[in-house]
Design a binder for this molecule. Structure first.
Ligand code: ADP
Ligand code: MG
Length: 232
């Protein structure tokens, strides 16, 4: 029997299995690696969504971009910060993914990198800043408003939910979960909409009843972020 097994023994925080998650460089790298896995697994499903209301390549585009990031995450040095990982993601997506999604996600990750600066570990405020900057970058680049049936319809509810959770004093883990849940709901809520931006806008009312593929990939990315946090 060790001293800690004695009744009434004091257990330090470090002994608890559910010590508060840290959104540090390791988390950022694991997030992007899991995102690459999830996008590969959802490649066909995202292509199918894009075939319904676009040109059928969204899964292919996202998979190609994230696979190109993976080798760049190997052997990073000790100086690497969450922001520098996000910057690698941005530049790789911009250079390898064509179409609408490459520049949009590239800008999102670039602005997110700028928002977190040289922070080593994101607290709730930094996480909200990351999400807000990503969404603002997409809006700056693509000029879509909420309700236009684009990825903005997943990002904006995620930003709003994260911001509300942070304002209410929630820890960073709860803020990230709120963002992932809201993005999933936002993606689903694109189904009844008519598209006003991107290829789907050419379809008019025929886009009704189909989920926007970019909103779905956003939901997958934010769910991966939350899942990685929950694993560690
Ligand atoms: P492409 O439309 O060039 O084939 P993708 O299929 O990879 O590119 O990406 C399509 C997704 O990009 C759409 O589902 C939508 O979410 C997003 N998108 C397209 N145009 C815009 C825009 N102006 N603003 C925000 N998102 C957009
Ligand atoms: Mg497409």
């Amino acid at each position: 029997m060790t001293p800690n097994d004695e009744p009434g023994a004091v257990v330090s925080d470090a002994d608890l299995p559910s010590a508060a998650p840290r959104l540090d460089t390791g988390w950022t790298i694991r997030w992007i690696r899991l995102s690459a896995d999830v996008l590969a697994a959802n490649r066909a499903a995202l292509n199918t969504l894009d075939r319904d209301i676009g040109d059928g390549d969204h899964g292919e585009n996202m998979d190609r971009g994230f696979q190109a990031i993976l080798p760049k995450l190997d052997g990073l040095d000790d100086e690497t910060t969450p922001g520098s990982v996000l910057k690698i993601v941005a530049t790789t997506l911009i250079s390898t993914v064509g179409g609408a999604a490459g520049p949009l996600y590239g800008t999102a990750f670039l602005k997110a990198a700028g928002a977190v600066g040289t922070t080593q570990s994101l607290d709730a405020t930094a996480l909200v800043a990351l999400l807000t900057a990503a969404r603002d970058g997409i809006v700056l680049r693509g000029k879509a408003a909420e309700g236009d049936k684009t990825m903005v319809d997943a990002w904006t509810p995620a930003v709003n939910a994260a911001s509300a959770a942070q304002t209410a004093g929630s820890p960073v883990g709860a803020v990230l979960l709120a963002a992932a849940d809201a993005a999933a709901q936002g993606a689903q809520a694109t189904e009844p909409l008519v598209a006003r931006k991107g290829r789907a806008s050419y379809l008019g009312e025929r886009a009704i009843g189909h989920r926007d593929p970019g909103s779905q990939s956003t939901s997958l990315l934010l769910r991966a972020a939350a899942d990685v946090m929950a694993q560690h």
